[in-house]
Every structure is written in structure tokens, then in C-alpha cells.
Ligand binder design. Structure first.
Ligand code: BDP
Length: 698
């Protein structure tokens, strides 16, 4: 199996009792209607059922002969006559109901929704139930998404390189668009729809104005046409200086009338090509990107200029809060809050501020960004990174659901206890209508889409959590494994266990106890805690770990940078006291003595050794677990994962050894003799170089 089919494999049900139950329940289908979304639902249902059941399904012209009834009250009066209005009233515009009911003394299953796209989502959910071998005798599902904008952000350049992409080149072939429609675009749309993704940003946040030219917009429109039946809107990244670069204006000042008119015209032009264009994602005044501050204007001035032009078309602006400036000597972590918090309430109502999950930059573990809970008058979207820039690229098996959930469950205390990040995001805490979740894509043109077969699980997770943030990591892992690899119990149990332990393993072998940003410079491959040559202080690992003869860690308490003042008092209090600060975040907030006694009774140095070694051990356990599955997994994917785990083990050892040998030059304490000895010297690790490491892709 080459992995191309992702979690939509629809293999024959291999449990004979279940197979005959399923065959008895759903082989005749009534799915009326001819809209593109209903036709997509029909195609999917046919392909899915025929694969799962190993026999043809017959599509009926009337409900009378059908076992499975699929549609909306508008698509068929016979469906309108079913007693579903109660459930449907809870399904909203995108949700669905799946119920077992009887009609004229006959058992039927109805998949119904208020809209055609809801039907498609319902069909995908139903197929998921069967792919994961659930009982479908007594169904009573009502499901509606908890966030409105559920997005995949591609960092794809027009020349098909992908910024921080580790799965090949961009799947968008701008050269052959618009006339050649790669089957991949359709399968991509199916995969996204199957997990409820309804928006795709196709271009890199480090934007290129060319995408806004007539020639490219035709191509973008062709993609939008492919996505539309699947309920997916297309978004672009907006290069702030585009009016200068392609519009021949002298300025891009957002308060300049000509500039505003230029954007208005451009946006109107986009909508004549793409009537349901979603809007813009914008990175401005960050890492060298142009923005409103170049003209002494605020982020709100910039965002509102776009918002005004998009509003008549119902488009939105997603304005990124990932900003930090070169000039500021401040703790880099404080900058986003310092710039955005004062702007709370100043954005038009079709602007959302898109905030990375943590205050720094997609590290293996970060505390939640203090912007969550600090901007009650502004819709906030969360941005996660699926591509594993800081998590071992696409050679490490790291299941991110626990990372995502950790942030969602974090309590901001904005309105007292229980004010979780999830409630900020789903709008329930502050009554926001614009709600959303985004993941930076890990997708490329590799045959299996994500390079590592398990990278698919992170794409899957983003969609599932954006739909329902209450799903547990275990449930997501379980459904993904069943659909992607199969349903046998030892297989499901073992893979689920591997997945659920993988994130903590990675934190341990890379950055335990709150360490962060100690990776190689530029390409971010492997460890380089010693690196201190970057042009900016805050691109240097030494700036972040601050190891010295006394201890290690970044003091962000009132005695240090006072970053902690950006959190609610309850949060601050917990983190600020070295005794109540969770050890996972210790070195994030404190400079701690090597001799400090940890909860385990070990001192800090010993604990650091313990964690690094535990990380490597966990990878070795994963290897054993995977090897036990040889007979249960197809050969191709079995071998791929086996090879990748070997790479991961080697790199985990590299992280462990080089970090401990380096930090040891400060702690001056031995690595406990019971641990295996590093087989290389610190000098060896420092001298490694990686001409082959993927760079930033630009
Ligand atoms: C950083 C990446 C950089 C991105 C930036 C961003 O290293 O390539 O452009 O994030 O999010 O993590 O804009």
C-alpha cells in the first residue's frame, strides 16, 4: 500500500458477521438531487460502500425501496416527510444527522442535513463508522462543527518549493493549471471534506504578489472550482506591498486612498473569477515581510483596509499575530501581545487574528499564547503547525493530537476558572461569531502526501479537532489507525499506544523540562544548543536556554523579562512560583540551579539526563512495538515506518548526546554511570554539517 488513499481506503470489511450485517443494512440507497455536492456525496458513497461491502449498491429512484436514505428536506419531499426536524434543527448549516428509524414498518438509516454540504459530511461520517467497524443498528448521531473556519494553510511557493515542507514539492502545479486538473486536487478535496476542512490557503505566508495577477487568478479559479463541491473555499496570502510590485503605485500605505482603491479593485476582480473566494491570510511586519508599520500605521489599519474591500463579498481577513521586530531588545515572546492587545476592539468584524498556539514558534512544547484570553473583543483563530519544522521533519513519528489538546485545554482564566483556550476559539467565552482553527500543511507531492505515513494522522487530527475539540487524542488515534491500517485488535492497540506516547518521547529527547529553540540554525535540522552566530540575538539557541555555571533556563518572571505579566493573575501565579510551575515548563519560565531538587528527588542536572535518556528509550520501545506488527501491516508501509523509526532513533540519540555533552560543560556534573555513554564527543557533534538538510524552501 503506497498510502495515497490516506484514511479513505474502503477495504472490504474483514469481519464476516459485521460484513453481513452491513450488507443487509445498506445496499439499496436513495440519494436524490443533482447539485455538485450531492453528486460528490453519491460518488463517495458508491465507492465507499462497494469497497467496504465488496458488492454493488443500487441507487433507487424512490425512498420506498431504499434502506439508506440520504439528502436534505429540500432535495426530496420524501426526506422532508421523515420525522427529523428536531435533530436537524441542531445540525446548523454544515452539520448532519444519522439516525436509524422506521418507515412503513421497514428499518431505514437516514443521513440528513439542512444543506448539501452537510449531506456530504454526513456521508463521510457514515463511511467512517463502517471503516472503523462500528455497530450501525441503532444510530442516533447529531453533529455540528464547533468552529466555523477550519483551515489548512499551505506554505507553498509559486515555483512549487514548499517553505518548511518535507513531503516533496507543492501539489499545486501552476504551470499546467487551469486547463489540466490533476486527480490529486480532487482527492485532496475529498480528504479535506472527509474531516470537515472547509478552507484552504494555497500560498505561502511569505507571499508573492504574482498570485494576484490575472494569469494566476485564472489558475486559482480552476482550483476553486475543484474544491467547491466539497465545501472548501479558497484563500490567498496577501503581499502587503503588492500595490507597488504589481500595481505600479509608489506606496502601499493602508490609509492612502489610491492604495485602498487598488485593493478594492483587485478584490472585486478576484470575486468575478471566484464568487465564493474566502479571503486573505496576511503576514505583515514580521521577519522582513512588508506591512502597515512601514508607514507608521497599525496592524488594525492594515487589516481593516482588506476587511473593508472583502466585506461586501463576505470574505474575511486572517491577520497573523506572529510578529517580532528586529529592533526591539524585548523578550521576543512579549512582542505579539504588546502589539495586539492594545488593538483589541479596533478590528472590523470580518477580521480574525490568527495566533500560533504558543508564544514562540511551534516548539515541541510551549505554554499557550497569552493572547488567548487577552482579546475578548476580537475573534482569534489558532494556528498549529502540521509540518514538523521543529518536530523531526517528516522522519519522526510524532502524533500531535496531545500537543493540540494540551493547548485547547489550557485555562486562560479570562473569565475565571474554566476559561479554556477551546472556549476562546469556539466563540463561547466571548460570544464571537467568527471562529476558526488552522494547521500549516504537511502536504506535498510525495505519493503518500505527507512523507511519513504517520504525518497523515496530524492532518487528520486538525480536521477532526476543528470540527469537535472535545474529541480525545485516543479517540482520534483509534479512528485514524482503523481507517488507515486496519481493525485488528493487536494492531489498533499497539499503534494507538505508539502514537499516544510519541509526542512526549520527542519532547524528552529534544527539549525536556521547558527547553526551547535549541535546534540547528536556519534549516532547523537537529540540535545546536551551542549556536550563537545568528545576526539576531533571538535566533540563537544560547539566547533561549541561557545555560551558565549556576543553572539553565530563561527567567521570564518579574525578576527577569516579566513575560509572565501577560497572563491572567491565576496563570501567572502558578508559573511564577518555581514550586508550582509544572516541570514541563520549568526552564521556559525560570533560570534554575543545576542542583535544584525536582519532584522525582533528582537534581535538575540528573533530571535532565533522565529525560533525555527516557526519550531515546521510548523511541526504542516504539521500534519494538512496530516490529511486532510485521504480519498485520502491508509490506510497503511496514518497511517505510521501520526505516523511519531507525532514523528517529539515531537522531534521538544525536539530540540526547549533543545536548547533554554541551550542557555538561556548564553543570560540570557527570552523566550518571548507569546510562549508556555518549559514543561521540561534543566537538564531533559541533562539527557536523548538513548540506543536504532541507532549508526554508524559499
Ligand atoms: C517560522 C518558520 C518560517 C516561517 C515563519 C512564519 O521558520 O519559515 O515563515 O515561522 O510562521 O517557524 O511565518
Amino acid at each position: 500500500d503506497d498510502g495515497y488513499r490516506l484514511w479513505l481506503r474502503y477495504e472490504l470489511v474483514n469481519n464476516s458477521t459485521l460484513l453481513s450485517n452491513y450488507r443487509n443494512a445498506v445496499t439499496s440507497v436513495y440519494l436524490p438531487g443533482t447539485s455538485p455536492s450531492l453528486l460528490a456525496a453519491k460518488d463517495e458513497l458508491q465507492m465507499g460502500l462497494e469497497g467496504l461491502l465488496g458488492k454493488k449498491v443500487s441507487f433507487q429512484n424512490t425512498l420506498a425501496n431504499a434502506q439508506l436514505v440520504v439528502g436534505t428536506p429540500a432535495s426530496s419531499s420524501q426526506i422532508a416527510a421523515l420525522p427529523l426536524s428536531n435533530q436537524l434543527s441542531k445540525a446548523g448549516d454544515e452539520g448532519f444527522v444519522i439516525v436509524s428509524t422506521t418507515r412503513s414498518q421497514k428499518k431505514i438509516i437516514a443521513i440528513a442535513a439542512n444543506t448539501d454540504i452537510g449531506v456530504l459530511y454526513g456521508v463521510f461520517h457514515f463511511l467512517r463508522l463502517m471503516q472503523t467497524q462500528q455497530n450501525i443498528q441503532h444510530l442516533a448521531v447529531t453533529s455540528a462543527p464547533k468552529t466555523k473556519y477550519r483551515l489548512i494553510d499551505h506554505w507553498d511557493n509559486l515555483n512549487r518549493t514548499v517553505e518548511r515542507g518535507y513531503a516533496g514539492f507543492s501539489i499545486w502545479n501552476w504551470h499546467t493549471l487551469p486547463r489540466y486538473i490533476d486527480q490529486r486536487y480532487i482527492d485532496y478535496a475529498r480528504a479535506n471534506a472527509s474531516i470537515g476542512i472547509n478552507g484552504v490557503v494555497v500560498t505561502n505566508v511569505n507571499a508573492n504578489a504574482l498570485i494576484l495577477t490575472k494569469e494566476y487568478l485564472e489558475k486559482v479559479a480552476a482550483l476553486a472550482n475543484v474544491f467547491r463541491p466539497y465545501g472548501i473555499k479558497i484563500y490567498l496570502t496577501g503581499r502587503f506591498s503588492a500595490p507597488i510590485e504589481i500595481g505600479k503605485l509608489k506606496t502601499a500605505d493602508p490609509l492612502n486612498a489610491e492604495v485602498r482603491q487598488w485593493w478594492k479593485n483587485k478584490i472585486d476582480e478576484i470575486y468575478t473569477n471566484i464568487p465564493d473566494f474566502g479571503g486573505f491570510l496576511i503576514k505583515a511586519n514580521s521577519e522582513g515581510q512588508p506591512g502597515p508599520q512601514d508607514y507608521k500605521r497599525t496592524h488594525a489599519d492594515g487589516a481593516n483596509m482588506f476587511a473593508e474591500a472583502l466585506a461586501p463579498h463576505k470574505g474575511i481577513v486572517m491577520w497573523r499575530a506572529f510578529v517580532y521586530s528586529n529592533e526591539s531588545p524585548e523578550d521576543r515572546l512579549k512582542q505579539a501581545y504588546a502589539e495586539f492587545k492594545p488593538l483589541d476592539g479596533k478590528f472590523n468584524n470580518n477580521v480574525a487574528i490568527q495566533v500560533k498556539n504558543g508564544p514562540l514558534d511551534f516548539q515541541p512544547r510551549e505554554p499557550f499564547s497569552p493572547l488567548f484570553g487577552a482579546m475578548p473583543k476580537t475573534p482569534l483563530f489558532i494556528e498549529y503547525q502540521l509540518t514538523q519544522e521543529y518536530l523531526g521533519f517528516s522522519t519522526h513519528l510524532v502524533f500531535m493530537a496531545p500537543l493540540f489538546k494540551e493547548v485547547l485545554n489550557a485555562d486562560t482564566y479570562e473569565k475565571g476558572k474554566g476559561s479554556t483556550v477551546a472556549k476562546v476559539l469556539d466563540g463561547s467565552l466571548d460570544g464571537q461569531a467568527l471562529t476558526g482553527m488552522a494547521g500549516v500543511a504537511n502536504i506535498g507531492n510525495d505519493i503518500n502526501w505527507t512523507g511519513h505515513p504517520f504525518g497523515q494522522a496530524n492532518w487528520y487530527t486538525l480536521g477532526r479537532l476543528a470540527w469537535d475539540h472535545q474529541l480525545s487524542s485516543a479517540q482520534i488515534a483509534n479512528e485514524w489507525v482503523r481507517q488507515t491500517f486496519g481493525n485488528s485488535k493487536p494492531l489498533v492497540d499497539t499503534v494507538e499506544k505508539m502514537m499516544l506516547s510519541s509526542r512526549e518521547a520527542m519532547v524528552n529527547y529534544m527539549t525536556p523540562l521547558g527547553l526551547h529553540h535549541i535546534m540547528g540554525y536556519g534549516h532547523h535540522y537537529g540540535p545546536a544548543p551551542w549556536f550563537d552566530k545568528a545576526s539576531r540575538a533571538d535566533w540563537n539557541p544560547v539566547y533561549f536556554h541561557k545555560a551558565d555555571s549556576i543553572g539553565i533556563g530563561f527567567d521570564r518572571t518579574a525578576n527577569g523579562t516579566n513575560y509572565l505579566s501577560q497572563y491572567a493573575p491565576e496563570v501567572r501565579k502558578q508559573f511564577e512560583d518555581i514550586n508550582t510551575c509544572p516541570e514541563e515548563y520549568l526552564l521556559w519560565f525560570h533560570h534554575v540551579s543545576w542542583k535544584h531538587t525536582m519532584k522525582s528527588g533528582r537534581n535538575l542536572w540528573e533530571e535532565l539526563c533522565y529525560r533525555y535518556y527516557a526519550g531515546v528509550d521510548s523511541v526504542r520501545v516504539m521500534q519494538k512495538e512496530w516490529n511486532s506488527l510485521e504480519k498485520l501491516v502491508d509490506k510497503q508501509r511496514f518497511n517505510q515506518v521501520k526505516m523511519l523509526l531507525a532514523v528517529q532513533e539515531k537522531e534521538a540519540v544525536w539530540w540526547r548526546n549533543s545536548c547533554l555533552l554541551y550542557f555538561q560543560t556548564f553543570s560540570k556534573m557527570p552523566i550518571p554511570p548507569s546510562y549508556e555513554k555518549p559514543d561521540q564527543t561534543l566537538e564531533y557533534y559541533k562539527n557536523l554539517n548538513f548540506p543536504f538538510a532541507p532549508g526554508n524552501g524559499r
